[in-house]
Write a protein that binds this ligand. Structure first.
Ligand SMILES: NC(=O)c1ccc[n+]([C@@H]2O[C@H](COP(=O)([O-])OP(=O)(O)OC[C@H]3O[C@@H](n4cnc5c(N)ncnc54)[C@H](OP(=O)(O)O)[C@@H]3O)[C@@H](O)[C@H]2O)c1
Length: 207
């Protein structure tokens, strides 16, 4: 049975949440793995959590069952980070329902592996579409709400692969290095609006 190390999340997000009211969190890619565990951990620690999945009926059932059983404030909604309209619709719906967005965890992603020579341009573009442009789309959608409320935390799940490169993983590394670079820069433009940014790299699944 795999589990996810959520110590980082507990220390940087949950323990430092100073909101007097129920904070609202959005997690992308909540159907499995780190997104699944992150959504449950946030909901179990008092956040009203939108666990977003790209395929609502396939991906949402296990997490919805757990949330019901534990009576958690967790709602599953459809959000495909590759699709601009899906991101806008999802974020608008959350803003309308709750009137605020306190935490966003950009987790949706996958690892494309193999020799660069044997990797097609379509596969490369698809990898960037999800891992890099997906996170960017979500950031662009939530920043206006966070800026208005002068409060918010953006967490981008990158990886050690965004700092150190290993063989046969070049495109994945490219997406994570790109997200690290973008993230390092945007924190300067966001801090004056009260929006803080964090990179989550050590989120390995524990066996
Ligand atoms: N596993 C590790 O040790 C590790 C270490 C460092 C960083 N990471 C990063 O952590 C993140 C999650 O990885 P994981 O290991 O938990 O993988 P996972 O179990 O395969 O989960 C990936 C999630 O992303 C979702 N997703 C993929 N494309 C999407 C899209 N277009 N829109 C919305 N959701 C989409 C998947 O949804 P579907 O079910 O619909 O495919 C799934 O819910 C990734 O960004 C990965 O690079 C992982």
């Amino acid at each position: 049975m795999k589990s996810v190390n959520t110590c980082w999340l507990r220390y940087h997000i949950i323990a430092k949440n100073a909101s007097p009211d129920q904070s609202v969190a959005i997690v992308t890619g909540s159907s499995s793995g780190i997104g699944f565990e992150t959504s449950l951990t946030l909901a179990r620690n008092g956040f009203y959590t939108y666990a977003t999945v790209r395929k609502l009926y396939d991906g949402s059932i296990p997490i919805t069952d757990i949330a019901k059983k534990e009576d958690l404030s967790l709602q599953t909604i459809q959000l495909d980070v590759n699709n601009e309209q899906s991101v806008i619709d999802g974020v608008n719906r959350i803003s309308e329902e709750k009137g605020r967005i306190d935490v966003v965890v950009n987790n949706a992603g996958y690892a494309l592996m193999g020799a660069l020579e044997e990797t097609s341009m379509d596969e490369i573009k698809a990898q960037f579409e999800t891992n890099f442009f997906g996170a960017l789309r979500v950031m662009q959608a939530v920043i206006p709400t966070m800026r208005k409320q002068r409060r918010g935390k953006i967490v981008n799940v990158t990886s050690v692969a965004g700092r150190i490169a290993l063989p046969l993983n070049s495109v994945y590394h490219g997406t994570k290095f790109a997200l690290e670079g973008l993230s390092e820069s945007i924190q300067y433009e966001l801090e004056s609006f009260g929006i803080t940014y964090r990179t989550w790299r050590r989120c390995f699944k524990l066996h």
